[in-house]
Design a protein. Structure first.
Length: 368
């Protein structure tokens, strides 16, 4: 137990230091991902790591840090930071396996489950946008995060969207003369924020939840026209379908009993407590999806691929999705990393053009 506590503390310190170094390299005026005093942040990270190394809180923080690090120009600093990021991801996987909580595989189902694939290919000019819906406790969050990381593309979820919105809104209130081009450079993973922020007040008067949804919808559409990414929930599949934007829609679920058992192991809950939690969260997802799409949440007819994660387990479910993507894209997945870098370089060029037009310095390097 003492050894596990020490490992969690060490890993928490590495995550904190990586966030600090990425922030210094970017000089982002939007602030760090991990906010608060060092000891407070480390305490929270250590606690989460001891319970769930690949839980939503840890994965969302790592996704934000990774997204920001990938916006750095090619060079020794970017290479070093991404190496540290990858080392932490490997350590998180190892810690998760050691704790041995949270996987949802049912060996009987795994043994009986054959694999078949087949889908129409994407155009080579389309961006790879993967929309994932999931029932609570099915491991969908972990699968989506790992998928994005293995494909070298960005990952977005409700936590990240909310964080981006709050930071931009706070910055807008602090100065009405904020240069949106600078924001694009600082958070290039969120390319298209100009549209997002310019229309922030467009939905004034609507309930907060509705205004947030419509702003996020525009944001998701703009992202899908610019880059490859994985998006978790947010009714993104219907948003992009209505916008006529190519994407892959996936729904991940598992039997109710399997999900309850998983939560009992993860959070040390009684059957009654875990069952209540699953029902409550599923109901919230169902209400959100139907409210903003008019469709039934989780209905197979709305998705390209539905996965019972109990039949594969978390890691093999992610591998299954990659196999389907290979069939659809018909291109080397390594090309995605190149496409992402081309996106970054294009954003740099746009920023240079803006600065040259306004007479600013030509160096695109972010302030230290």
């Amino acid at each position: 137990m003492e050894q596990l506590t020490t490992r969690c503390r060490t890993l928490a310190e590495k995550i904190y230091t990586l966030d600090e170094n990425v922030y210094k390299a970017l000089g982002s005026s939007l602030g760090r991902t991990l906010i608060g005093s060092r000891e407070k942040v480390l305490s929270v990270l250590e606690h989460e790591l001891s319970l769930r190394p690949q839980g939503q809180l840890i994965l969302s923080d790592m996704a934000l840090i990774g997204n920001m690090a990938r916006t750095l120009p090619e060079g020794a600093s970017r290479k070093q930071l991404l190496t540290e990021y990858n080392d932490i991801i490997v350590a998180l996987k190892a810690l998760e396996e050691e704790i041995a909580k949270g996987d949802i595989s049912d060996q009987k189902r795994v043994f009986l489950n054959p694999f078949a694939t087949g889908a129409k290919p994407f155009s080579k000019d389309d961006h790879l946008v993967i929309c994932i819906g999931r029932s609570y406790g099915s491991g969908g969050t972990e699968i989506g995060f790992q998928l994005a990381d293995d494909l070298h593309i960005n990952y977005y979820d409700a936590t990240i969207f909310k964080d981006v919105l709050e930071r931009l809104q706070a910055k807008r209130e602090a100065t009405e003369k904020h240069d949106i081009a600078e924001t694009l450079h600082e958070m290039r993973h969120a390319h298209g924020l100009k549209l997002f922020t310019a229309n922030f007040n467009r939905f004034h008067g609507l309930p907060t939840a509705d205004a947030l949804f419509f702003n996020q919808s525009q944001y998701i559409e703009e992202l899908a026209r610019k880059e490859d990414f994985v998006v978790m929930g947010r009714s993104a599949d219907v948003i992009l379908k209505n916008a006529g934007i190519p994407h892959i829609s996936i729904f991940i679920t598992a039997p109710f009993e399997s999900r309850v058992k998983r939560l009992m192991e993860m959070h040390e809950l009684s059957f009654k407590e875990a069952a209540k939690l699953v029902k409550r969260e599923d109901k919230a997802h169902e209400h959100f999806y139907h409210r903003y799409t008019g469709f039934k949440w989780g209905s197979a007819v709305h998705y390209d691929l539905c996965i019972n994660s109990a039949s594969y387990g978390i890691h093999e479910s992610e591998e299954l999705i990659i196999r389907v993507i290979k069939a659809r894209l018909r291109e080397d997945l390594q090309a995605l990393a190149t496409r992402h870098q081309e996106f970054v370089e294009k954003a740099d060029a746009e920023l240079l053009a803006r600065r040259a037009h306004s007479g600013e310095a030509e160096n695109p390097a972010i302030k230290s």
